[in-house]
Write a new protein. Structure first.
Ligand code: ZN
Length: 215
């Protein structure tokens, strides 16, 4: 059973009052979710702050992984905590500029995504992967991952390449989520009409500006 932890939300509101940047999760079909993220060249205090916001958001939405472009940022960075709770601080991991190699086996499991809430479907992924990445301290991570870790990492790296789990569903499974996705698209268009969301050109201009800052 999931019990919503409201504490991170309160903390985020406090930060908003201090005028610090507050990131929000964007939902399908926001164009940033289709943007191919760029490698990060440096890490600074602002980026560390964004990463801590990403963990807060991930816990608030009961997720185990969150990629930078899900919070509308064009960087090759994602956070995971397979325990899914801020109490398990030791399980928090930040992966910067991740590179996958040497995939083995395949496994089908049900997946969901914080950018497409309420939609789930079976996705076939490699069972074991080799991952190379950096953390916020610039330390290199090289290792083999399997099970849930391998699945979450593959899901998040897909995000960085502009791929969503719904792209990997079989045609039968796609049919099962078609209606739900239509609703997201209708909602997105109506937000655009009311001006609650910027147009494609403004979104692209913002991403280009952000890419110049850190990549
Ligand atoms: Zn996702």
């Amino acid at each position: 059973m999931h019990v919503e932890n409201l504490e991170p939300r309160v903390e985020r509101q406090e930060k908003a009052k201090e005028n610090k940047q507050v990131v929000e999760i964007i939902e399908y079909p926001h164009p940033t979710l289709r943007h191919e993220s760029k490698p990060l060249r440096r890490v600074d205090a602002e980026l560390r702050h964004i990463v801590s916001e990403m963990f807060d958001l991930m816990y608030e939405h009961q997720g185990v992984g969150l990629a930078a472009n899900q919070v509308n940022l064009p960087y090759r960075l994602f956070v995971i905590n397979l325990e899914g709770t801020p109490e398990a601080k030791d399980a928090e991991m930040v992966f910067i500029n991740p590179v996958l190699s040497g995939a083995k086996g395949s496994e089908e499991e049900e997946e969901g995504c914080l950018s497409i809430p309420g939609v789930t479907g079976p996705v076939t992924r490699s069972e074991k992967i080799q991952l190379q990445a950096y953390n916020l301290e610039g330390e290199e991570f090289v290792g083999e991952l399997s099970g849930l870790a391998a699945r979450v990492v593959q899901h998040e790296i897909d995000h960085l390449n502009g791929t969503l789990f719904i792209d990997r569903l079989t045609s039968t499974a796609k049919m099962a989520v078609h209606e739900a996705l239509d609703e997201f698209e209708i909602e997105f268009r109506s937000k655009r009409e009311t001006g609650a969301l910027p147009d494609d050109a403004s979104i692209a201009a913002r991403l280009a500006k952000l890419e110049n800052l850190w990549t």
